[in-house]
Design a protein around this ligand. Sequence first.
Ligand code: ADE
Ligand code: ZN
Length: 329
Amino acid sequence: MTSTLPFAELHLHLEGTLEPELVLELARRNAVDLPFRDVDSLRRAYAFADLQSFLDLYYANMAVLQRPEDFADMTRAYLTRAAASGVRHAEIMVDPQAHLARGVPLETVVDGIASVLATSERDHGVSTLLIAAFLRDRDEDEALDVLDRLLALDAPIVGIGLDSAEVGNPPSKFVRLFDRARTAGLHRVAHAGEEGPPSYVVDTLDLLQVERIDHGIRSLDDDALVARLVADQVPLTVCPLSNVALRAVDRIEDHPVLTMLDCGLHVSVHSDDPAYFGGYLDDNLAALTTALGMTDEQRRRLAAHSIQASFLPADRRDALLAEIDAPSD
Ligand code: ADE
Ligand code: ZN
């Protein structure tokens, strides 16, 4: 039964899981004044022209996250929904700088999230790892300072990421940050080739030495880069509904993810900011089935790629892969 295939969610911004209902509930709880009176008017704002227009709302809605329990409630809500969508392991990005810039202490963010992640496998059947993502439209010195503070706090992070406004903020800006993370023994991922050119993907690999590329779809504009990504089996965490919502791809029917899969790229499918882009992992997979005729065999390969590209310890990774190989009844 394909519906029980285990998937790893590897490209997920925790703040992008804030559903409108929870935004309004937290706004009431914390007496935060929002420009939206009800769920419908907030949902109507979810029509984006590009990445920046989304980021403006994404950061604005974070105003409702004030206390550890707000972060905990958001994390719990995501895990409940993710488990229902077939996610068995999630590597969750959080944007610490976005909260620090609003005056929310790092401990509030980390403690709230970590309190739920600590028992996610027992409570939700979803193992979890946390990744601190750095905002590329802010300067590197701030990122270095925040990384040092996370390490000093002994925050339970396994890696760092790089996100926010891509164009004009090239990977070369963050060489020292990624060097420091590598020296500290952290994993490294980065957004590249979402809106930015293929050269950003090349530089992200060469200068930042990442283990995965988040998005990477613009790599298709450079044949030599595609050949390299295939040869090196570089994991690309692709987010189809996000790409359509942010107009990187015109229509879901035009999305290249299955073509990428069939040409040997190590792609997997993820939900990015599911509350904003029309759905969770299962919604993304359903869209690929309906619009692109995804086969059961392609679905299995996407599931296997997601587990293989995870930072899981070998025993759980192999156990999840074995479930994919097991004959279905
Ligand atoms: N932060 C949250 N979602 C993002 C995306 N799709 N691209 C870049 N930064 C993000
Ligand atoms: Zn993303």
